[in-house]
Design a protein around this ligand. Structure first.
Ligand code: SF4
Length: 487
């Protein structure tokens, strides 16, 4: 093949959950064109500027192409030098083995960022590596992103990956909290070309109701937008559930025989009236009542919440209440409602369901989830002396110094990194192992089809709504009493 011959490649963008189809043209080693694939049934030609910038990353002279070793050039002064792969692997493996031998397996810490989930090699092989290095000091971006979703899926549906997704193309009523898909292109919800999909919802007579403290891009195009006082989403949702029970609107439909605990939920929200919620949320009681009635009356409706209702004090309660609303209005696993997916590669069948609080972090006693500690505990676990202190840190596809709580305190002990840039985290690394650019290797997203569009299966697992109600709502009130003593 000559360098002047144009070759067309079809692939999926790996940069976010939208998984847009791309058509990439190359001439020899040169990328000459990147555009959206109009034949892709999901993205229908849509792409965002990040996909076009794949070429910039690929050609960037600053992108690392060889492993780097940190070298001391003068007292207190370090720089990185390029080394061969063989030496880099030897140094990294020796450091891991020595650390485990001298300090025990918990002396190895690991942090993996979100891009690791879009890379099947990283996803399958880092799991394999840490199957052999069973450290308790594992961290990821999950705890600063979607952990409440996983916790509620584990407790309500029995598996952390059973995540229902909005069937936006068939719905008639969409209640959205703390999400801005026009900016994100969907999160735990694969939805490229979302602007057109939401326009289509309104064009067919459907309604989009956005609850958000900010006038977001999505709020701009909603049928109605209600500002809410930050952090009070749980109050709004619980009052909605109150109205559904009080006004006899509870009907789980096809979910009835699968679901237990509905009566317990009703009993737990008896006193949580819209008037009570109005004072706290700033949303009028009449609007809360009307939205609850509209959601129940819709031919098919969705209640969905994302980062804004997850990364707050009551994230798990918010996500639980959202699923309660979907269940009791009969919209769970229903066309036009919130669907469970049937991806080609079924991770629910192939992974463990997850677990919670089987051990805690040494310093602050924070609970694990799926054998990971919250990223907020990472700096303490590096800095606190004693058995189990992290002596060597492996990071991959993440920049926790910039993106996690106490990031600046992580300026220590980071010994091996997998990244293709020197950034706030990798500049501390003794060894940096750069991966190939996205355009240099194949790609198949095995994680996100689980949060994407698929044929809805008939739900065949029990759904448990009630047992969490007294625990979650009770905790909410105990906390409210402690922070609002005069309330
Ligand atoms: S929306 Fe996401 S998947 Fe689509 S092109 Fe942009 S970054 Fe890639």
């Amino acid at each position: 093949m000559s360098d002047n011959e144009t070759v067309t490649h079809h692939r999926v963008c790996h940069l976010c959950e939208a998984m847009c189809g791309l058509v990439i043209q190359t001439e020899g080693e040169r990328v000459v064109d990147i555009r959206g694939d109009r034949a892709d049934p999901l993205s229908r030609g849509h792409i965002c500027p990040k996909a076009v910038a794949l070429q910039d990353i690929h050609e960037d002279p600053d992108r690392l192409r060889k492993p780097l070793k940190r070298v001391r050039s003068a007292p207190g002064v370090y720089h990185h030098e390029a080394i061969e792969w063989g030496e880099a692997f030897d140094l990294a493996a020796d450091a891991l083995a020595t650390t485990i031998r001298d300090h025990g397996v918990d002396a190895v810490g690991a942090y993996f960022g979100n891009p690791a989930v879009h890379n099947y090699g990283m996803l399958t092989h880092q799991r394999n590596l840490f199957r052999h290095i069973r450290t308790r000091n594992r961290f990821s971006a999950t705890s600063v992103d979607q952990l409440p979703h996983h916790l509620v899926s584990l407790w309500c549906f029995g598996h952390m990956l059973l995540q229902p997704i909005p069937d936006v193309d068939r719905t008639h009523y969409f209640l959205m909290l703390g999400a801005n898909p026009l900016a994100s292109n969907g999160s735990l919800w694969t939805v490229p070309d979302v602007r057109r999909r939401l326009k289509d919802l309104r064009a067919r007579g459907g309604k989009l109701v956005v609850i958000d403290p900010r006038r977001t891009e999505t709020a701009e195009m909603a049928s109605e937008h209600h500002f809410i006082k930050p952090g009070t989403d749980a109050t709004f949702l619980l009052a909605m559930i109150h109205v559904l029970f009080r006004d006899g609107l509870v009907d789980p439909g096809a979910m009835t025989s699968h679901t237990d605990g509905v009566d317990e939920v009703g009993a737990a929200v008896t006193e949580l009236t819209p008037q009570w919620a109005e004072e706290r949320t700033g949303i009028a009681a009449a609007d809360i009542e009307r939205i609850a009635h509209e959601m129940a009356a819709a031919e098919a409706g969705i209640c969905y919440g994302r980062m804004g209702v997850s990364t707050q004090a009551y994230g798990a309660l918010c996500q639980w209440a959202i699923q309660v609303i979907n269940v009791v209005t009969g919209n769970l696993d229903k066309p036009g409602g919130s669907l469970f997916t049937a991806p080609a590669m079924d991770q629910v069948a192939n992974t463990s369901p997850g677990g919670f609080a089987r051990f805690t972090s040494r310093k602050r006693g924070l609970p694990e989830f799926n054998y990971e500690l919250p990223a907020a505990a990472m700096a303490d676990e590096i800095r606190t002396p004693g058995e189990g202190q992290i002596k060597l840190m492996v990071t991959g596809a993440g920049n926790p110094v910039l993106s996690t709580p106490n990031g600046q305190a992580l300026d220590a002990s980071i010994t091996k990194d997998i990244d293709f840039y020197i950034n706030e985290t990798t500049r501390h690394a003794d060894i940096i192992l750069p991966p190939t650019s996205a355009l240099e290797h194949d790609h198949y997203d095995i994680a996100f089809p689980i949060a994407g569009f698929a044929i809805p299966p008939v739900t065949s697992f029990p759904i448990s709504m009630g047992p969490m109600a007294p625990f979650m709502i009770g905790r909410y009130f105990r906390n409210l009493e402690s922070v609002l003593p005069n309330d």
